[in-house]
Write a protein that binds this ligand. Structure first.
Ligand code: ZN
Length: 181
């Protein structure tokens, strides 16, 4: 099935490309303040501009990229070739990585993606972290302080800003649970 020209060019030009990997800390620094990060299960709404289709729109260099695609990529790594990033919550502005998953219009690709076959680790982009790795990071940083962030980033092969983000995110979720209780 053919896709609209707009969709096609939007996708082709707007993934985090090789040359943009060097700008990753800058991207992370600019991106997350524009997301209303909430509790783990809530929708995290994009506060910046939007595309004509209603998705959050984030500028990287000369290109615009769907904010939900940036959120997924910063959390899990490169978007599998040709994949769309789908919302389980159906809220187009939502950037909560746990509401997002890669999918395509063909069953084969969707199945492959579900099995993790398309999540190819990239040498410099953040890899997908397992739940166990995330909990190890959180425990280790809680015990040893923020100085342990560098050590954890090196050990798990991800960027320091990503580890900081995970630690900050967990802290915020913990705070919001505290407030409710
Ligand atoms: Zn959502």
């Amino acid at each position: 099935m053919s896709k609209g020209l707009h969709n096609a060019s939007y996708r082709n030009h707007c993934d985090l490309a090789e040359r943009q990997v060097a700008e990753l800390p800058e991207v992370i620094r600019r991106f997350w303040p524009k997301v209303a990060v909430g509790a783990a299960t809530e929708c995290w709404l994009w506060q910046g501009g939007r595309s004509g289709e209603g998705y959050g729109s984030f500028r990287i260099g000369r290109h615009r990229m769907g904010a939900h695609r940036v959120a997924w990529s910063l959390t899990y790594g490169p978007i599998p070739d040709g994949a769309d990033i789908l919302h389980s919550c159906d809220v187009k502005r939502c950037c909560n990585p746990s509401h997002l998953s890669p999918g395509t219009h063909t069953d084969n690709m969707r199945d492959a993606s579900a099995r993790g076959l398309l999540a190819v680790p990239h040498p410099t982009m953040p890899r997908k972290l397992t739940t166990e790795q995330v909990s190890e990071i959180l425990t280790h940083v809680a015990r040893n302080g923020r100085g342990a962030i560098t050590e954890m980033a090196r050990k798990h092969g991800v960027s320091q800003p990503l580890v900081s983000m995970i630690v900050r995110g967990a802290r915020r979720q913990y705070d919001s649970i505290e407030r409710v209780g």
